[in-house]
Design a protein around this ligand. Sequence first.
Ligand code: PLP
Length: 317
Amino acid sequence: MYAMKCSLGQHFSHGSLTPLSSVSLNPAASVLNYAQGVFEGLKAQRSDEGRILLFRPEENARRMKMGAERMCMPCPSVEQFVNAVKHTVIANRRWVPPPGKGSLYIRPLLIASGVALGLRPPPEFTFLTYASPVNSYHKSPLDLKVENKLFRAITGHGGTGGIKSIANYAPVFRAINEAKIQGFSDVLFLDAATANYIEEVSSSNVFVVKGNVISTPVADGSILPGITRKSIIELATDLGYQVMERDVEVEETLQADEVFCTGTAMGVKSVASVTYNNRRVEYKTGADSVCQKLYDTLVGIQTGLVETTKNWIVQVD
Ligand SMILES: Cc1ncc(COP(=O)(O)O)c(C=O)c1O
């Protein structure tokens, strides 16, 4: 793992690689008591020629910076962040799976490691990156349950739904646990104000396809502005689809031709069904779906198979 420390009011300056080890924290550390922390997630893929590739890591760096500002934490610069990720990948290069067999998932983490019993930012912050090989997330298309009683994050303008705050994730466990017991793969969350519009899945963004139009909820503070989401909006537009970022009602979702999810963990993943108040609707999936076309394009770029003029790939070694 790679680690850097920084004092409140200072800038991160230098970090170092160490063997993966436990982190020692005082019980009064702000991250433990007040969830003052943000994280990121990105993947390193091995190309057919054995190169190790990162996908838009500077976007993760920028998103961490946005989150850090909201949570009153100093943050590594984009360059420091990308360097830390590269160092971590190089040190763990033997764990990057062969092409088609998975990827190395890198988890950058920024925590308030200092002590502050009172409600204020503490004197010390720690940035860490560690990594683990992963297989693809779900093998088959998703069966989603629309959750209309539990909500994902503090949403809306001024909330924290739009940042990757550590506080946004444990609140989804209950809804996911209940959905899994009922045989669903994941949960589709709604807006907390009206429970009428779809927002996102627990760790991915959602898109709805009707004819040539692809719609996705606006990233206006309630949902995480996914890097896969942003890339798919661009790729789908390049492929000639009309892409709209707008409010999408649950009812409209139930009338769609296709629904798919995007995220670092799952890439671009077809949704086989959505169930809302015991009403189950099935969608087109498979070889000639829009989702498959976008998946092939995105994953082709990420693994170096598809040539692109977009400046999205960073080679690590
Ligand atoms: C809540 C949430 N939404 C969406 C995403 C997808 O974002 P990205 O495409 O950057 O992985 C993630 C994963 O980071 C997430 O945690």
